[in-house]
Ligand binder design. Structure first.
Ligand code: SAH
Ligand code: AVI
Length: 332
């Protein structure tokens, strides 16, 4: 029978629950009005992740230069049994789960330990959620998967309630894409959702040689550039805008003051762009930029402070041998 419930989205095998916003968040029209009509021009990074953008992100993780995913995967591989054994979760709830590729290290550990739990991946990209859930159900037939589509900036209060022990997971250094004050508020918000005995597993990229950081965001095959430029196609589709991606170029630079990569689109010419649904036109000068993403890098101290300032207790700090990446396990 056809699914007629607007809060349930499904493809052949998987059903996706829609997270009800706990507070209003700007839609793309408001974000574009706030971000594009005044200078410096900015856009929130969540608009990268339409189906194509999510695929491009996956391709970024396979580039030689983008070490974070590889390093985090190795850390998970090494410590997953310890994480599962000590947190003993009945549910793994993952925020910004994307392809859930690295999370498989936790499921592998469950298999090794004979541990059963269910999985609630949450993401703004429904296509990727459905694809990931299908892949996981093929690989781990014991795993019940309850995907949730939504925007975590709209709050976590309406996440499905759960009575057992939960392991909250936030990987990939996506926390670095938040401004520092917003990152603290978000970890505080996760802490509020947690109950005594729950755990948080947080992955974060580390401050390091700027050349290594800049290379990771300027891969030779141009995948990161394509990912950055794809946001213009999203704007064309969603805002009835007429950006010409060929008239922009990708730029990613390390800002040592803020210890973050700043990713921008640079207008290659003076040009006019029509933003149909805003009923507005913007004039970009040659060389003018749109800030599309910030990606903060952490020191061991700044990362631990982020977690402990929320009131959580640090349990483990797993660090890569080269100090490139950290995984924090914390409990309430
Ligand atoms: N955790 C995965 C994916 C990281 S990419 C990994 O480590 O590889 C960032 C993910 O966060 C994407 O899947 C993107 O769709 C999701 N995301 C970005 N903004 C979001 C938002 N506001 N709400 C929910 N998910 C978001
Ligand atoms: C998801 N996020 C942590 C990635 C990052 O490294 O900031 C997104 C990304 N942007 C360019 N490359 C990867």
């Amino acid at each position: 029978m056809a699914n007629t419930d607007p809060l349930i989205k499904a493809n052949a095998d998987v059903v996706c629950q829609v997270l009800k916003p706990a507070r209003p968040v700007p839609d793309i029209i408001e974000d574009a009005r706030n971000g594009l009509l005044s200078r410096p021009r900015t856009l929130p990074p969540k608009y990268f992740y339409d189906a194509h953008g999510s695929d491009l992100f996956e391709r970024i993780t396979e580039t030689r230069e983008y070490y974070p995913s590889r390093t985090e995967n190795e850390l998970l591989q090494r410590h997953a049994r310890d994480i599962i054994a000590s947190s003993n979760p009945d549910q793994i709830l993952e925020l910004g789960s994307g392809s859930s590729r690295k999370t498989q290290r936790l499921f592998d550990a469950c298999v090794d330990l004979g541990h059963a739990c269910n999985y609630a991946p949450m993401d703004v990209c429904e296509d990727m959620l459905l694809q990931a859930s299908q892949e996981l159900s093929g690989k781990y037939d014991w795993l019940a998967i309850n995907p949730i589509v939504g925007d975590y900036h709209a709050g976590l209060d309406n996440l499905p309630s759960f009575t057992g022990r939960r392991l909250f997971v936030f990987l990939g250094s996506t926390i670095g894409n938040f401004e520092p004050a917003a990152a603290q508020r978000f970890i505080n918000e996760i802490e509020k959702c947690m109950r005594a005995g729950d755990r948080l597993l947080l992955g974060a990229d580390r401050v390091k040689d700027p050349a290594i950081l800049e290379a990771a965001y300027n891969d030779n095959d141009g995948v990161t550039a394509a990912f950055n430029l794809n946001v213009l196609r999203v704007l064309n589709r969603e805002l009835h805008a007429n950006f010409v991606p060929d008239r922009f170029r990708h730029r990613a630079e390390y800002n040592p003051t803020h210890q973050r990569i700043e990713m921008r689109l640079v207008s290659e010419h003076e040009q006019h762009v029509h933003l149909g649904r805003l009923e507005a036109d913007i004039k970009l000068q040659s060389g003018e930029t749109i800030l599309t993403e910030v990606s903060h890098k952490f020191t061991p101290e700044s990362l631990q402070a982020l977690v402990t300032h929320s009131g959580l207790t640090l349990q483990e700090h797993y660090q890569a041998d080269d100090d490139y990446f950290s995984l924090i396990l914390a409990h309430k």
